[in-house]
Structure formats: structure tokens, C-alpha cells
Design a protein around this ligand. Structure first.
Ligand code: ADP
Ligand code: MG
Ligand code: MG
Length: 343
């Protein structure tokens, strides 16, 4: 009997398009001698819809289901995804996917799943919480001011002026893919930036802007954690926003990144430390800023990073000698291992 791999994709977050692309890549790459694949699309409204099933690799030219082609009549109860012995891969990003909610649901269903557990997902989804937690173990991060609730805006603007240097970055605590983020060059724009971010969350982070390269490390494992050599996101735009990331394709990757050996060693060290500190499981991509002077700061931990065949996370592992299909297999095994520990 082949093991069933269930893919959950789409989702309620603004990052659903990335999720669909990642799920399609996984569907095409799974080792079909070991698995059959069942897929469920989660709509913008949060409905679960049964989509395709595969016993063998879909043909190159076979069109896979994406948000636009999903048959909405096939809506099911979320718990109907349950199947004895199946492993779930929530290829979902952002709120209601990467924040612990799906993970908790799968634990209630007693299903093994790939990726972050409840703690790792919920802590890393909240940029303020992540900062607080990583401060306690000395992971280098840029200075920041946390703004909890719009009532404190006036007071916090003062705090930003006293403690940070413009430009600053304003970010909703709970988003991803640059949604709601703005770069603020002077204090008179700060209130507008804060109001924009508050549309997405009632917790907002203001960060010191740094002029830096963006260098990322892929982490894999449960208790035994492995980190790749870092890769660089080479941008020809100053601010790596949603459009430049996913739509304009204005990004290339340099793997391994050209940084000196000592910086590389530190990035890998802090990526693993950060991952262990947030109780990481399965995988994460740890994103750093590295300045010309060689200073580095951890920017964020993405607990379910973009996972298309051409995304940074899989490419970093490929560079270490672990091809995409084997990486998926390794993640399935880690998911089952975490499940056995829980049960
Ligand atoms: P997301 O979770 O949406 O990816 P990030 O915190 O990574 O959010 O911010 C998105 C992008 O904004 C980063 O990749 C970077 O280009 C830019 N950015 C964010 N924070 C800073 C900062 N403190 N200094 C300089 N650039 C930043
Ligand atoms: Mg992110
Ligand atoms: Mg980011």
C-alpha cells in the first residue's frame, strides 16, 4: 500500500497564490512509487474543497487545479480530510496556515503533518513575538519599537523618534509576503504607515531600516537540526515588496551567497539557534540582513517558506546535495517522527 500524502493549499491569507504554486510543484515532484497524493484547496473564505488525486506523476502538460479552476460544489467539512495513516503537508502561508491554527486542527485529528508545530508556527507568525523571544537568547536583530493597539500611536511615534533612525520599516505583526509593510523616510509619514499596517493587525512593529543584503539560510530537522549554506536574494529594487517578489520576478538568487567565511558560519549558527529557540520542527527559512561592514541581523523566520521547485528554500538544499524530491521525502519522515513523539 502506498502512503497517502495530503496537500492543503490555497488558504485565507494574502499569500494564497504562492501557496498554489508551491503545491503544484510538490504534486509534480512527489515520489509516486511511495505515495499517492490527495489535494484539498482552502478557499479565501476558509472552505475546504476536495480537488485532484494522483496515483502517478501528472503529465508535464496536465493542468493542475488552481484557485481559478476549483469546483466550489466539492466543499467538504474540514475534518473529512481525515484518513488513517495519511500524512498532511499544509503548503500554506500566513495567517490560518502558518500560524498554528491548521497545525492544532491536525493534532486534534491525530494526523501526522509536515512543518512547524503549533508553537513554532504561532511564534514565528508574529513578528513582535519572534523579536521578544530571540532577544532572550542573543540572536542579533535590528532595533525596534512594538506598537500594540492604535491608541498608543502618538506615544510610540515619540519612542521611534527617540530610539530609531529613519528610514524605518512599519510592519503588521502577523502578515507575510510584504503585505501592509511600508518604508518610512521621515517622522511626518510615520502615522500614515502605522494606520496602513493597523488595517491588517492590531500589533505593529516599527524597525530600524538597514542598508543591507538579504541573505537566507534553510533549516531542516526536529531536534537534530541542519542548516544549509546561505543564499542571497539579489534585488534590483530597494524594497522587496509583494510585486517584486512574486509578480515582476525582479529577483535572482545567488547560491551560495558570497559572504566571508566567518559571516557564513555565524549565519548558520544563528539560524539553528533561532530555530531551536522557537521550537522549530520540520523546516524554516531564516532570513538575515548583512551590511557592508559584515554586521548581520536576523530579519525573520518563515516557518513554511515558499516551496516551489524554484524557491530559495529547496534550492538551498539542492546546493547541499539534497534534491527537491528527496527533500519532500525527508520532510514527510520528520513529520511522522514528530507525530510519534506526540502520540
Ligand atoms: P515578510 O514577512 O512580508 O517577508 P519582511 O520583514 O521580510 O516581511 O519584510 C519584507 C521586505 O522588506 C524585506 O525582505 C526587506 O526587503 C524589506 N525590509 C524589511 N525590514 C527591513 C529593515 N528593517 N531594513 C531594511 N529593509 C527591510
Ligand atoms: Mg515572512
Ligand atoms: Mg520576508
Amino acid at each position: 500500500m502506498k502512503e497517502v500524502l495530503i496537500l492543503l493549499y490555497g488558504g485565507r491569507s494574502a499569500e494564497r497564490e504562492v501557496s498554489v504554486l508551491s503545491a503544484e510543484s510538490v504534486m509534480r515532484a512527489v515520489d509516486y512509487s511511495k505515495h499517492t497524493v490527495k489535494t484539498f484547496f482552502i478557499s479565501h473564505q476558509g472552505d475546504f474543497i476536495k480537488t485532484q488525486e494522483f496515483d502517478e506523476k501528472p503529465d508535464e502538460d496536465e493542468k493542475l487545479m488552481t484557485n481559478s479552476t476549483v469546483e466550489l460544489s466539492a466543499k467538504i467539512k474540514p475534518s473529512d480530510i481525515y484518513e488513517e495513516g495519511a500524512v498532511v503537508f499544509p503548503v500554506l502561508h500566513g495567517p490560518m496556515g502558518e500560524d498554528g491554527s491548521i497545525q492544532g486542527f491536525l493534532e486534534i485529528l491525530k494526523m501526522p503533518y509536515i512543518g512547524p508545530n503549533i508553537t513554532a508556527a504561532s511564534v514565528t507568525m508574529d513578528k513582535i513575538m519572534t523579536k521578544h523571544v530571540l532577544d532572550t537568547v542573543g540572536v542579533p536583530q535590528v532595533p525596534y519599537v512594538a506598537v500594540i493597539g492604535q491608541e498608543s500611536i502618538a506615544e510610540k511615534i515619540q519612542e521611534v523618534e527617540d530610539n530609531l533612525v529613519f528610514p524605518v520599516f512599519v510592519k503588521p505583526a502577523n502578515m507575510g509576503s510584504s503585505v501592509g509593510i511600508s518604508k518610512i523616510d521621515s517622522v511626518d509619514q510615520l502615522e500614515d504607515g502605522l494606520r496602513e499596517a493597523f488595517k491588517y493587525d492590531n500589533r505593529v512593529l516599527v524597525e530600524q531600516g538597514v542598508d543591507a543584503r538579504e541573505i537566507e539560510v534553510a533549516v531542516l530537522g526536529n531536534l537534530d537540526v541542519k542548516a544549509t549554506l546561505a543564499g542571497e536574494v539579489v534585488k534590483d529594487v530597494a524594497f522587496y515588496d509583494y510585486n517584486s517578489k512574486y509578480i515582476d520576478n525582479k529577483i535572482t538568487m545567488d547560491i551560495p551567497a558570497h559572504v566571508d567565511e566567518k559571516v557564513m558560519k555565524n549565519l548558520r549558527h544563528y539560524a539553528k539557534l533561532a530555530y531551536r529557540t522557537v521550537n522549530g520542527s520540520g523546516l524554516s527559512r531564516c532570513d538575515f540582513f548583512v551590511t557592508k561592514e559584515g554586521d548581520f541581523y536576523l530579519n525573520e523566520i518563515n516557518a513554511i517558506p515558499g516551496f516551489t521547485q524554484f524557491s530559495m528554500y529547496p534550492l538551498l538544499w539542492e546546493n547541499m546535495g539534497l534534491p527537491y524530491a528527496d527533500l519532500i521525502e525527508e520532510l514527510i519522515n520528520l513529520g511522522k517522527e514528530a507525530f510519534e513523539v506526540r502520540e
